[in-house]
Design a binder for this molecule. Sequence first.
Ligand SMILES: NC(=O)c1ccc[n+]([C@@H]2O[C@H](COP(=O)([O-])OP(=O)(O)OC[C@H]3O[C@@H](n4cnc5c(N)ncnc54)[C@H](O)[C@@H]3O)[C@@H](O)[C@H]2O)c1
Length: 502
Amino acid sequence: MPQQSRRSFVKNSALASAVFAAPASLRGATSPNDKIGACVVGVNGRGGSHIQAWLGDSRTEIVAIVDVDEDVGNRRCSAIEQKQGTRPQLYTDMRKAFENDAVDIVSTATPNHWHALTGIWAMQAGKDAYVEKPVCHNVHEGTAMIAASRKYGRMCQVGTQCRSSRACIEAVQFLQEGGIGECNFARGLCYKRRKSIGALGGYDIPSNVNFDLWSGPAQYTDPKLTRQRFHYDWHWQRLYGNGDLGNQGPHQTDVARWGLGIDTHPNTILTYGGRLGYQAERKDPNYVDAGDTGNTEVSIYDYGNKCIVFETRGLDVSDSADEELNKLFQSTRGNKIGVVFYGSEGYLVQRTYSHCIAYDKDMNVIREFKGGDNHFGNFLDAVESRNREDLNADVREGHLSAAISHLGNISFYMGEDNRVGVEDLRSAVKDIRSLDDNLKTVERTIAHLEQNKVDLETYPVSLGPLLKFDPEKEVFTNNSAANAYLTREYRAPYICPKAADV
Ligand SMILES: NC(=O)c1ccc[n+]([C@@H]2O[C@H](COP(=O)([O-])OP(=O)(O)OC[C@H]3O[C@@H](n4cnc5c(N)ncnc54)[C@H](O)[C@@H]3O)[C@@H](O)[C@H]2O)c1
């Protein structure tokens, strides 16, 4: 870049185009070179991909790593030092890292309950933020993140990388140009085997972890952990995670909403399902798994003239899809993770993150779309251009798509104790407003549970309430108790501000 360094360009352009309070960039740069200084927060699993992305892009240098697990953080710093030649500074408290003026961008792959606070704190400190999906743990947090991005003039990209996948971009364009006729209905699938995470119990917290910081906004359960494995399995405990509807789900809810051109929240939501089948899996009728999120959920979202249905299945899915889905996914066995769009003249299937297929009504393939993504590179492009429109997954998109998962889970959580027999489920669901064949989806779900030896008399499916939602005000209009689930009780000082207070 002529005349001025890339780094000062990023900072100066931010200054010129944004209205924000006392960002780090105003306090003077201390960067050792011309590069964009990256800080990665939460580096055990997905954080490794963030590190690879920044190491692989000549525009960035990793200057800081934050992890509350010292062993994980040190391991990553050593690996980065080997490749990069310089060792990033290691922090356990992200607030200290955000005071570092060498940090320009923050990318975060912490557990979900930390996403919003990390993103907001980073943006308040004048950093641009790349935040993993789901962008927030509850609906209000998403709204606060949008407000922070706008108030501080920061780029905020959400880690739904399908938004940058060539296959998905071209497939959505084809869909929106009428490639399969008129299309108002999409079905998202997360048929992904998830075994039990072990019995609910009292397990030791690893000594290398700062558990106070790890717990952050969530209730502090010291001195014991209720799950066996410390990392990753928090996904299935609602204090921290959002189940697979909110884990794998946001990739597919996002593609479904994007393809249908929906730019709002649903009007009504209903979920039925359960955390089922682990007694049979463990051959112990009294077995209690440590997870408390659904492993089987069907969520129906009505958007007026459009509709999304999302099916989550965590039990064995080797052989449990119906013939139509097998054909559409071109696979008869195993996991099925993707989206089917149903058009008046055909189908479009997002089969993987980098492969989509369009069919006519007779299931003849009419087009295929292939190609991967550089979602991190797209974020850097916007960091440099200072134009939010350049982001493929701006925080508002992430919020609307994460909210699909959160709203579905709210109906599930509220209906947990409403266990119903199969006949009652059929009659309750058959007339729910939807563009799906609701009964066919019930039958497919029941058949899947029976294949997994779930005794539905002893462990019946639960039926959530039909929740009415005001998409503008983001409140439920027919169930005031449901509104409590749109936020959480925060543990000071880890309090996510309301949108008006960011
Ligand atoms: N975009 C994708 O394809 C994709 C893929 C996998 C995971 N993810 C997302 O990435 C996130 C992380 O998932 P994971 O599987 O890596 O989880 P993980 O539990 O393996 O890793 C999380 C890391 O964050 C650290 N951490 C927790 N609280 C912290 C804090 N306050 N400050 C700093 N570090 C903290 C933990 O110690 C751990 O090292 C999740 O939100 C998940 O949804 C996205």
